[in-house]
Write a protein that binds this ligand. Sequence first.
Ligand SMILES: CC(C)(COP(=O)(O)OP(=O)(O)OC[C@H]1O[C@@H](n2cnc3c(N)ncnc32)[C@H](O)[C@@H]1OP(=O)(O)O)[C@@H](O)C(=O)NCCC(=O)NCCS
Length: 153
Amino acid sequence: MVAIRGYDDSTDRGQVIELWRTVFGYEAAHNEPSLAISKKTATNDGMFFVASKEGRIVGTVMAGYDGHRGWLYAVAVHPDQRCSGLGRKLVRCAEEALTEVGCMKINLQLLVTNEATSAFYKSLGYSVEPRVSMGKILHANVPVNSVAVKRED
Ligand SMILES: CC(C)(COP(=O)(O)OP(=O)(O)OC[C@H]1O[C@@H](n2cnc3c(N)ncnc32)[C@H](O)[C@@H]1OP(=O)(O)O)[C@@H](O)C(=O)NCCC(=O)NCCS
């Protein structure tokens, strides 16, 4: 049985890093998992959830709310746990957390090549919006020795 609960840094960090390495791979320093986890837990916003099955972390989702939009990040299900509704449950959990804080709209970003995940989100009620996604790295906050990761958000 899979339970979704809040991330606990005392027990979950190593497993989440391993899961993200499996699911996302590595390329960009600002997405280095341990750094991303530390930055997220420092906000203490209660919007980082894990799916645990018999003590093993098999899924994650992070949400964020800035007072205007809600965002989803790091939606990940271990390859051996896919297609059983876990991704849907993780997203619903994040949606509930964002609803509770008053969020009216959720955004997320995907690589344009990630058609499978686009289909996943469409089945959950999300739609592709005609927007140009732009970003800028604030290098002052990215440690020069960070391990790189592939996720591009
Ligand atoms: C996307 C992902 C989270 C889906 O997890 P999952 O547990 O397999 O998804 P679910 O079983 O909850 O599927 C929910 C719905 O999405 C659909 N879906 C899931 N994966 C799909 C795929 N690869 N192609 C098409 N539809 C898909 C399912 O058919 C289901 O639809 P239904 O309810 O109409 O039957 C998982 O494949 C994953 O971790 N992918 C890699 C990470 C990633 O790209 N994350 C997003 C960037 S933040």
